[in-house]
Write a protein that binds this ligand. Structure first.
Ligand SMILES: NC(=O)c1ccc[n+]([C@@H]2O[C@H](COP(=O)([O-])OP(=O)(O)OC[C@H]3O[C@@H](n4cnc5c(N)ncnc54)[C@H](O)[C@@H]3O)[C@@H](O)[C@H]2O)c1
Ligand SMILES: O=P(O)(O)OC[C@H](O)CO
Length: 337
């Protein structure tokens, strides 16, 4: 049994906390005291993960000091984990709160590029905490509702620290959760970030009734975009064929539990973005990420037509059906170029 603190009590932080509480001493921290009190009283996160009861041993708190003490005061034989479970936009502010503190490590679950800087999560971590704190990205095809229900799921943990990779596998792997280790942090993070943009594209195409052939084309050509950008940033080609690349892309583009896919389905109905985001009640990382990736790809000279089309619909007022026509009207090219 190890000590784990999960910082961030949205859908994913709550689901991960529920899953690992079956084998470990877990504290789930959320920044909203009222919501955390309600969660503790109901033994359920009715705001972000309704219908999933919390196990009796899972501690819930809005006290940041208590959340840190839970892992900082771990015994000598324990391998405590500090898990950051907020969206990309919240990562920097959350890490700022950890700066200068004696934390054992940090494992982040967010998927995206930081808007404004174009940084991947591991770069944000390095920016704020420096190199002294071992860090790891835990990613892969994983809907919170299914993980909370204990359904089977396979993830990958990426870190340049072999010791932290081993600790995350030793701690999180078990039951119906499989965790694979990987050292390609860039590849894992790029796959997790860009698949959200492609889920918006696929949801839009499905909502417009463009058919299953179009869906398969978007997923496959989307994987080509992920691979091109990922390799330009230093990722390894085979990572994009794994759980955090193709695996998560397939899940998010085809599964109706995906918030990003649901954004696309709503766009196809002509709903304004502000309404879609307000109705969702959760983060849809693909929305800000489409813009961040468009800017980054332009800077790097990487061709990402599907991503550009999503950003144009979301932010520049372009019509989704018209963008689909424009994608099809591009000059032919060699598939593997
Ligand atoms: N939901 C899933 O199935 C799932 C699965 C894998 C990965 N993820 C990724 O995990 C991240 C979080 O997703 P989610 O589903 O939990 O989102 P969510 O919208 O359900 O909840 C977001 C939570 O983050 C908290 N938060 C935001 N900024 C914060 C900050 N600065 N400090 C502390 N807490 C902060 C919010 O209060 C909220 O509780 C995203 O990057 C998402 O892509 C989600
Ligand atoms: O609901 P989404 O679209 O944020 O996707 C959730 C997870 O990232 C799927 O692996």
């Amino acid at each position: 049994m190890n000590k784990i603190t999960v910082l961030g009590a949205g859908a994913w932080g709550t689901a991960v906390a529920i899953a690992v509480a079956a084998r470990h001493d877990v504290l789930l921290w959320g920044r909203n005291a009222e919501q955390m009190a309600a969660t503790a009283a109901a033994r359920e996160n009715t705001t972000y993960l309704p219908g999933q009861p919390l196990p009796d041993n899972l501690r819930v708190s809005a006290d940041f000091e208590a959340a840190l003490a839970h892992v900082v005061d771990a015994g000598p034989d324990e391998v405590p984990l500090l898990i950051a479970a907020c969206p990309v936009a919240g990562l920097r502010p959350l890490l700022e709160q950890l700066k200068g503190r004696a934390i054992p490590n940090v494992v982040w679950l967010c998927k995206g590029f930081e808007y404004g800087t174009g940084l991947l999560p591991h770069q944000v971590v390095r920016d704020v905490l420096g190199d002294a704190v071992p860090g790891a990205a835990l990613s892969g095809p994983s809907f919170a509702q299914e993980v909370a229900r204990g359904l089977p799921c396979a993830l990958a943990v990426a870190s340049t620290s072999a010791a932290l990779r081993d600790s995350v596998v030793a701690t999180v792997h078990g039951g119906n959760l499989r965790v694979y280790a990987c050292d390609d942090v860039v590849g894992v993070e790029v796959g997790g970030a860009v698949k959200n943009v492609l889920a918006i594209a696929t949801g839009t195409a499905d909502g417009l009734g463009l058919g299953l052939n179009a869906r398969a084309a978007l997923i496959t050509r989307g994987l080509a975009e992920i691979t091109r950008l990922g390799m330009a940033l230093g990722g390894q080609a085979h990572t994009f064929m794994g759980l955090t690349g193709m695996g998560d892309l397939i899940l998010t583009c085809t599964g109706d539990l995906s918030r990003n896919r649901r954004v696309g389905l709503a766009l196809a109905q002509g709903k304004p973005l502000e309404t879609i985001v307000a109705e969702l009640g959760h983060v849809a990382e693909g929305v800000p990420c489409s813009k961040a990736v468009r800017d980054l790809a332009a800077r790097l000279g990487v061709d990402m037509p599907i991503t550009n089309a999503v950003a144009a619909v979301l932010f520049d007022g372009y019509d989704a059906a018209e963008m689909a026509k424009q994608l099809l009207a591009r000059d032919p090219r060699n598939e593997l170029a």
